[in-house]
Design a binder for this molecule. Structure first.
Ligand code: NOJ
Length: 721
């Protein structure tokens, strides 16, 4: 807390302070073209004083330098205090230049890339006047039905933590003019929504919470994240935003987080709908007691905090603490000196979508695409005489992904544009079918089949509409639509030289596609440069190196499915996976194993792992041991490989996962080149949360694995003594 912010606080009236804790939409302040005035739109349900809204501390969601300047000028003009607000925005996977969805970025297994991409987004957003991004979202996810898996980095706490740190560093940098304050979300365990249905119940034990769900939020806090968002869901029966154990005992006291906590959209008032609070007054009390500093889009604080103070249920010191945190955030953003901060109409036009930013977004898309299958058709030759480009996602810019912030479909390179740029008029396009999941319309088939028949190779763009993932976009069926399979079958009847480019915001259950398509390149939702990246990958200008960080099931019925599960007393063994073995933990109709396991992804080249070694077979808790492997590029292309380290705690006082990711390195090797990758193993890496909720390591045996994906087998053991 600085002297300056304390001085500002000292001059604020109680009403001023209370209004400082509210957040409403930025569009409220527009003088031009706004449809969201305070009395209409989402603000209409808020009971806010029409004059006091010009003294609200923060606002959310609006893109564009000119609109920000308009809103801010109007705000300052009408504000009594003249205290500048902070503009907050969901800058999730890029601002105007979109990079691939976050689940894809994680698949790059490249921390530096994640940092660079976030830093690019911060620069573009800061030039539009944004001060805070509601990112990174680090919720651990195991259910692909949930639409928001696209924003997450997947099912592994270590990967999520590494991506959380890299992204926070990218956004925040040294908090210079081109940086943003980051807001890690959704605290906590929002990704555990039952049945993959958004906003649904979460029910996890505190041990599971600490083992799997909390590490990534903690990693963001340790990386210096400025803000944190309390989730919509309940944890242990209590909505997060009013959950004192979570928000105070763990976040503030145990982790020492002293940044700003914001509720999710309307979440304070929603405690009433949850049945956790009687009315708005109780909701305000519960949230402020849990030290939720900012109430986003409900007005419980504005309506009731004063009365709660008068009744002695809340103290003014509690309010002061929250106000000071917000003022400190403003100070760190520099807006106490310059309310307009970095907003710059001209510079934003130069920087946003600049060739450098497009190149970085393209690199992001190339590095995060995952080659799921290749019977040898890919890469296609650039000397190909004719290409049939077919599919409902082949000629659309709507592949940039949900949460597109300032990004636009018309600025996104479609696959058709990308391929045409590379191959000119050798590329011909036919849509083949419609993208809607329930479409049964086969009227476009004939044209597509004719085109496939007369072409040397076929690029078939299948998958789901970008709006089928993201907030509130959950699916109970994660197969490809039947119409897309029918189209594929028809095309294979006339041309076998087919590669599927898959567009998706989630893992799909695509066993049938795997069994029929000669090659599958998962492009995810690749962002603004998706079409160029796809063309480069399909035709060998770039070599796929992404590996999935969320398991692809064989069938939806296997979900939730994740690699780092516990063993059971009756496990089905890997060697028996394809057979039915009675009285083991298994299904009658589908093996236990996934279609594609965590960490999996192919390349155009091949990598051979050898000479695995462990520096010692015994480790004391203050010692380090080193696990190493040689990796050789044995194929015909220069390529990158994500080398993964897993450890298994063989026996614990609590049952331990079958293996856990503990390290990864992405290396690039020329044809024939060899490198040694080494990982240090230390005692803190072996700790876990035991039944007494102590974070401890236990003496005994540990298995070590190094490999290309999570199916790798142990090569050595050591004993912790
Ligand atoms: C609700 C979403 O859950 C959250 O992630 C987002 O930041 C807010 N809305 C603000 O848009």
């Amino acid at each position: 807390m600085s002297r300056r912010t304390k001085e500002i606080l000292a001059k604020m009236t109680l009403d001023d302070k209370i209004y400082h804790l509210e957040q409403i939409t930025t569009a409220t302040y527009l003088t031009k073209g706004s449809t969201y005035k305070v009395i209409t739109g989402p603000n209409s349900k808020l009971k806010l004083d029409k004059e006091m809204i010009y003294d609200i501390g923060t606002s959310l969601n609006l893109v564009g330098a000119e609109t920000m300047i308009d809103a801010l000028t109007n705000y300052l003009d009408k504000s009594k205090s003249k205290r500048p607000p902070v503009f907050m925005q969901d800058v999730i996977h890029g601002h105007r230049t979109l990079y691939p969805i976050n689940l894809a970025v994680a698949a790059s297994f490249d921390r530096e890339l994640a940092r660079e991409l976030a830093s690019m987004a911060a620069k573009e957003a800061s030039l539009d006047g944004v001060g805070v991004t509601f990112a990174p979202m680090v919720d651990l996810v195991r259910d692909p039905r949930w639409g928001r898996v696209m924003e997450s980095s997947g099912e592994d706490p270590y990967m999520n933590s590494e991506m959380a740190k890299a992204t926070v560093r990218g956004f925040q940098g040294d908090m210079g003019k081109y940086n943003l304050a980051a807001c890690v979300k959704h605290f906590a365990a929002y990704g555990a929504a039952e049945a993959g249905r958004d906003y649904n119940t979460v029910d996890v034990s505190e041990r599971t919470l600490r083992e799997y769900y909390l590490p990534a939020y903690k990693a963001a806090v340790d990386a210096g994240v400025k803000m944190l968002m309390a989730a919509f869901n309940i944890v242990d029966g209590v909505p997060c935003v009013g959950n004192k154990h979570l928000m105070k005992d763990i976040l503030r006291d145990e982790w020492g987080f002293d940044g700003v906590v914001i509720s999710d959209y309307g979440a304070v008032e929603e405690m009433i709908v949850h049945g956790a609070c009687e009315d708005k007054k109780e909701a305000a009390l519960r949230a402020i007691e849990a030290e939720c500093d900012i109430e986003m889009m409900s007005s419980c604080y504005a309506e009731h905090l004063r009365a709660l103070i008068d009744e002695g249920k809340v103290t003014e010191e509690q309010i002061d603490k929250s106000v000071l945190r917000i003022l400190d955030l403003k100070e760190s953003l520099g807006i106490l000196d310059n309310p307009y901060r970095s907003v710059n109409v001209e510079e934003s036009k130069r920087v946003q979508l600049s060739p450098e930013h497009r190149a970085l977004a393209r690199k992001g898309a190339e590095q995060s695409a995952v080659l799921l299958k290749n019977d040898g058709v890919l890469p296609f030759s650039k000397n190909v005489s004719s290409v049939a480009l077919i599919g409902p996602l082949a000629s659309t810019g709507k592949i940039h992904g949900s949460w597109h912030c300032g990004g636009r479909a018309e600025e996104t390179v479609s696959v058709y544009e990308g391929l045409s740029k590379l191959l000119g008029d050798r590329v011909k396009y036919a849509p083949g079918c419609y993208v809607e999941y329930n479409s049964e319309d086969e009227s476009l088939f004939d044209e597509a089949v004719e085109l496939a028949k007369s072409s040397e190779c076929v690029v078939l763009c299948l998958g789901e509409h970008q709006d089928y993932s993201g907030e509130a976009n959950c699916r109970a069926d994660i197969e490809l639509p039947e119409i897309q399979y029918k189209l594929l079958d028809k095309i294979l009847e006339v041309n076998k030289n087919v590669a599927v480019a898959l567009f998706t915001g989630r893992p799909l259950a695509i066993s049938r596609l795997h069994n029929t398509a000669p090659a599958i390149l998962n492009m995810w939702m690749p962002g603004t440069e998706g079409g160029n990246a796809c063309a480069n990958l399909l035709f060998g200008n770039a070599v796929p190196s992404g590996k999935i960080t969320m398991t692809f099931p064989r069938a939806l019925g296997q979900c939730p499915i994740y690699y780092n599960h516990y063993t059971t007393g009756r496990p089905k063994l890997l060697k028996d996976d394809l057979n039915r073995v009675l009285y083991t933990s298994s299904y009658i109709d589908v093996p236990n194993s996934p279609l594609y396991p965590f960490g999996y992804g192919l390349s155009y080249t091949t990598f051979e792992y050898s000479d695995m070694s462990l520096s010692a077979a015994v480790m004391k808790s203050d010692e380090k041991i080193v696990a190493s492997a040689k990796i050789k590029n044995t194929g015909g292309h220069k390529g990158k490989e994500a080398v993964q380290l897993y450890i298994r705690d063989v026996k614990g006082s609590c049952v331990r996962p079958v293996k856990e990711l503990k390290g990864f390195e992405k290396i690039e090797l020329d044809v024939g080149e060899e490198a040694t990758v080494s990982f240090e193993i230390t005692e803190p890496m072996l700790r876990y949360w035991n039944q007494k909720l102590e974070h401890v390591s236990e003496k005994g045996e540990f298995e070590v694995f190094i490999g290309k994906d999570s199916t790798c087998v142990p090569f050595a053991k050591f004993e912790l003594i």
